[in-house]
Write a new protein. Structure first.
Length: 111
């Protein structure tokens, strides 16, 4: 990850360290979400991905933001299809983080 994006992510991170981007105490969590809450590296990847998504969403107008939200929804469906398969979930996060990083890298004047 580029240093500028790393700093921006740290500044934008409103979540406590080690907490998933959703409430892990909810009784309605899917098995997929429970595995993410219980697996430290998946939990961390979830926070990183969610923070990157929020940061990037704030940098673009409605058209690009809508496309990003559509891609996020599609990605989430794919992640949920992994069920409790940790390597599958880990791979899904790596792919999404890489895709978000590519969006950031494509900005003419990165922050």
């Amino acid at each position: 990850m580029r240093p500028a994006l790393s700093v921006a992510l740290l500044l934008a991170l409103p979540l406590p360290a080690g907490a998933a981007s959703y409430d892990c105490t909810l009784p309605t969590l899917s098995p997929n979400e429970r595995v993410i809450c219980q697996t430290r590296d998946l939990n961390d990847m979830d926070v990183e991905m969610a923070t990157m998504f929020r940061l990037l969403s704030g940098l673009f107008g409605m058209g690009m933001r809508g496309a990003m939200q559509d891609a996020q929804h599609e990605w989430l469906q794919g992640r949920m299809a992994c069920g409790t398969d940790i390597p599958c979930i880990r791979n899904a996060y790596r792919q999404r983080i890489d895709a978000l990083q590519a969006i950031y890298d494509g900005i003419d004047r990165p922050i």
